[in-house]
Write a protein that binds this ligand. Structure first.
Ligand SMILES: [Zn+2]
Length: 311
């Protein structure tokens, strides 16, 4: 039994289900009794991750992405007229572009997906580095704001990512972290395995699932102080738990899928779509925020944290 990738404890893990990203690599979905994290054991290899992410995984919608950046820009302007902003896992960079257009902040991004990086650089002219945050080698205390939106649950070394975020953040910097609630997010995988006795495909690519207390302990370990904590995506979370009835087709995404089908959509396809009015996007962003509840609740699917360095 290998030790826990998050806390290093070598106590025996409970096996909750079998799960997979691709058909030919089945892992146990296990839980560490020490820190509570749920994860793929073994973790996928780089080759499997590349295979999984070369698929049409991303939903590149230009206008909602840029409007999201503009909405976020309002918060940044309250922090200061200018500063240095980093988006970890920035995909095609639409969110960063929205911030750049609506503020005087300097924006930077890091992204694992090669095609997305190419798009962000060539089409949008953004400063985006390919690879992990560590590969970027930013100086200590470089950023005023670090933004990590739905990334921690995808990476092979979440503890290393948090440590690196702490290192590159200024002493008075802000750190935004959005991460699924692992108890809620793992429910469908466990329910699928329980009812079908087949490994549950993780369509989202999530390989780590963090319960609330696991996250709070991690923040303390890496020297982050919690300014605000909220729960979002409550309707989807209620469905996952079965408090609201699950959608009729909820199992569909978890059945094994032919690799050929997975591989079909390589590359970046941007959905330019029709641009709606600025007011419409403001309303959408506003109502999404209004739907977030203070505190951490297991009936919701997403956790949102505003953190600072605890000094
Ligand atoms: Zn652990």
């Amino acid at each position: 039994m290998v030790s826990c990738p998050l806390c290093n404890n070598s106590a025996e893990k409970s096996v909750l289900a079998q799960a997979a990203l691709v058909n030919d690599a089945v892992s146990g979905l296990v839980q560490c009794p020490a820190c509570g994290v749920i994860y793929f054991d073994p973790l996928p290899s780089i080759e499997i991750l590349n295979r999984f992410y070369s698929a049409a995984y991303y939903d590149f919608r230009r206008w909602p992405g840029e409007a999201g950046g503009a909405w976020f820009g309002r918060k940044l302007r309250k922090i200061g007229p200018t500063g240095r902003f980093l988006d970890v896992g920035c995909a095609t960079g639409f969110f960063l572009n929205g911030i750049r257009q609506s503020t005087d902040w300097e924006v930077h991004g890091v992204e694992f997906g090669r095609d997305a990086v190419k798009y962000a650089r060539q089409e949008l002219g953004l400063d985006v580095l390919e690879g992990d945050l560590k590969d970027a080698n930013y100086p200590d205390a470089y950023f005023d704001y670090v933004h990590v939106n739905n990334v921690l649950e995808h990476v092979l070394d979440p503890a290393g990512l948090l440590a690196e975020c702490h290192r590159v953040l200024k002493p008075d910097g802000h750190f935004f972290l959005a991460v699924p609630n692992g108890v809620n997010d793992s429910r469908n995988l466990i329910d699928f395995f329980g009812s079908e006795n087949l490994p549950a495909r993780s369509p989202s690519g999530h390989i780590f699932f963090f319960p609330a207390h696991t996250l709070l302990e991690l923040f303390e370990r890496f020297g982050f102080k919690v300014r605000t904590k909220k729960t979002g995506s409550i309707k989807r979370g209620l469905r996952n738990t079965g408090i609201l009835p699950k959608k009729k087709n909820w199992k569909e995404d978890h059945f094994p899928r032919e690799d050929a089908q997975v591989m079909a959509g390589s590359g970046v396809v941007v959905n330019e779509g029709k641009r709606k009015s600025a007011l419409y996007y403001q309303y959408r962003n506003f109502s999404a925020e209004m739907g977030n509840m203070p505190g951490l609740h297991d009936f919701g699917l997403d956790f949102l944290f505003e953190l600072t360095k605890g000094i």
